[in-house]
Design a protein around this ligand. Sequence first.
Ligand code: NAI
Length: 436
Amino acid sequence: MAVVEVDALGGVCLNRGCIPSKALIASAVQYQKMKNATAYGINLAAPPVYDWNAMMVRKNKIVNGLVGGISHLFKSHGVDHYSGYGRLTSKTEVTVFGEDGSETKLQADNIILATGSRSLAIPTFPFDGSRILNSDHLLEATNLPESLLIIGAGVIGCEWAFMVSMLDVKVTMVEMLDHALPMEDTDTSKLIERELKKLKVKLHTSVKVEAVTSGPQGVTAKLSGDKTVEANQVLVSVGRAYNTEDLGLEVVGVKLNKDGSIPTTKEMRTNIRNIFAIGDVRGEILLAYTATHDGTVAVDNALGAKEKIDYNGVPSVIFTHPEVGSVGLTEKAASEKHDIAIGKFPLRALGKAHAENEIAGEVKVIGDKKSDQLLGVHVVGLHAAEIIHTAALAVRSKMKVSQLGSMVFGHPVISEAIMEAAHDLHGMSVHLAKKK
Ligand code: NAI
């Protein structure tokens, strides 16, 4: 078994995505808590001051440690690591082009393509690394701007908006659809919009950026509807482009979708039977954790099994502040197919949320009115990305809402809100006032 990688081991998630951003978000949340120390009965001798440089050193140390860990795991599992750019030169051969000009030919019965994705640029104002940035640029920034315009209020846009606004950056966001996090349940979007507002983030929805011009002080963005926004820098977070160019795919006849992604079967096979594709590059779902699942399915099948991917109950986890965790159907999607019932429980009704001084958010449970089938759970609040996994297991196990509600949860914990929302769906939450 051999892995070819042109960059540091670990891909986007470890080097330029999940892990470094979560390290910086943890710093921003800590700073925000310190600014709010009096709420916990703590008087600081002086207002807290953050050191971006020190946060970056911490982030880099975490990333480098984990990258080293992969190298170690490769050795322990007998995986050969080839450093260089890999290109298919036949259906069973990959040529590795080393930085030193070397060319190594590797033969394999099965080949897995896991080349991922990169930030999608807007062609009329492409990334320049100084004024017009993607999240890779911000993760290496030597300092933060005073003001930042974020184009696209999806996952990356919202995570960065919370992080940098907690670090006192003035943030404006522009989203072409009608809500922030438009892929989530509308109640989730509204709650997140309210929290963005508390951090003084200005969000323009149903608006497009028509042009961005750079000047010595920053950028001016012209929005549809004749508004303009001035900011020191722009973060463009409008989705991803697939890394399928220059891989030799045309040489061996691997087919592509129109958007450049690689179509596969549920066994992760491309149109060439012994060539598999996994993760972002398939263009189906762009998450590191589903990519891991794809990988195990592809390897099992390469070794002769007949596995299929199973995304039933895969949660979405978004590291805003408060966090978002969701699984199953949104209210809109559920109501298209079912007669639905909804239960809700606000975090401000939970003792633990008050103890933590984190009362923003709610849990929403969606079920089928007649069969009581659990259809979806949407959490906004403290630790939402962790606690959603209880609900994910329930959705995956095809539980009824009453089964989720009948579990005895610990107390006091934030997860209790899941149980309470399940009870509320049947009008049975004892910790909510009786509905008239
Ligand atoms: P995204 O698809 O989540 O959001 C892009 C947003 O930009 C959408 O809301 C879209 O309506 C908007 N948009 C597109 N063109 C626009 C324009 N010209 N003007 C204004 N708005 C525009 O993509 P994003 O945030 O770039 O993230 C990329 C991928 O990475 C996603 O699939 C996401 O799931 C994944 N990711 C996951 C994370 C997690 O699981 N916590 C964290 C970060 C990224």
